[in-house]
Design a protein around this ligand. Structure first.
Ligand code: ADP
Ligand code: MG
Length: 259
């Protein structure tokens, strides 16, 4: 087990009378990639906010030893239309919390790695959706995050661009020894980018979790031994009452199966 970046212990989040998350245990470890799957409203984005330290749980504990630096990527690129690609990518440096990571060589390197150098002086309205999302990825990476949190980052992109960026992300995270949590509805995406896969069910509880050997491309993702099981967990009807994960004693690793 790697060093812990964030640990959620028996957390719950309620918004008024609505329970968004209940009784969730989640470990995010240094150098590992985790995918969070589950139907809309199952609490995935809420968990990301907890991991980011932006939200306090209604119950349970969030442990963030070392207070990891966070980079965030959303479904929409959310670029500043009046800034160039380069300035958007460097934007995280403008925030006081990241002032110590002002790093022009890194910005140039990320522009290069993301194939954006030729567009460095362009404005967001001159970019394709895929290019804009590359800028958003670069902006998140430019603060040298310990943990990258991605909320359905590629779901608005066409399949070819999505596949390209999934491959890029996995390679980049692995090469740099970074950690990530990616929320996705795409099982293949989870099997391509993640070492740990967690499926939430409606009602905000964990249905199943696995540690996996990720697929190397879309062809092997399609025949991944875990694909059918993840699909089945995803499609499982919600019979939620905060019930334990099947076969588990609710232990954090009780239902971690290696495939
Ligand atoms: P997901 O990302 O899996 O779609 P969310 O974490 O966004 O789910 O939301 C989980 C539940 O909490 C949903 O029922 C949603 O309507 C509710 N919820 C999320 N954010 C808020 C909020 N700020 N105020 C009230 N309810 C919220
Ligand atoms: Mg969401």
């Amino acid at each position: 087990m790697g060093a812990l970046l964030v640990q959620l212990t028996d957390v719950a989040v309620t918004y008024g009378s609505r329970v968004a998350v209940r009784r969730v245990d989640l470990d995010v470890e240094h150098g590992r990639q985790l995918a969070l799957l589950g139907p809309s409203g199952a609490g995935k984005s809420t968990l990301l906010h907890l991991l980011a330290g932006e939200l306090h749980p209604s119950a349970g504990a969030v442990h963030r030893p070392g207070t990891p630096r966070i980079g965030m990527v959303f479904q929409q690129a959310r670029l500043m239309p009046w800034l160039t690609v380069r300035d958007n990518l460097a934007l995280g440096h403008a925030y006081a919390a990241n002032a110590d990571v002002r790093d022009a060589p890194l910005v140039d390197e990320l522009l290069d790695l993301l194939g954006l150098t030729a567009h460095a002086d362009a404005y967001p309205d001159q970019l394709s959706g895929g290019q804009a999302q590359r800028v958003a990825l670069g902006r998140a990476l430019a603060v040298r995050p310990d943990l990258l949190l991605l909320d359905e980052p590629f779901s608005a992109l066409d399949p070819a661009t999505r596949g390209e960026l999934q491959g890029w992300l996995r390679r980049h995270l692995t090469e740099r020894g970074l950690s990530s949590v990616v929320v996705t509805h795409d099982i293949d995406e989870a099997l391509l980018v993640a070492d740990d896969v967690v499926v939430l069910r409606a009602g905000g509880t964990v249905a199943r979790r696995w540690s996996i050997t990720p697929a190397t491309n879309h062809v092997t993702a399609a025949s991944h031994p875990l694909r059918a099981q993840v699909r089945a967990a995803y499609d499982e009807p919600a019979h939620d009452n905060g019930a334990p994960e099947p076969g588990s004693d609710r232990g954090r690793h009780g239902r971690r199966i290696h495939v």
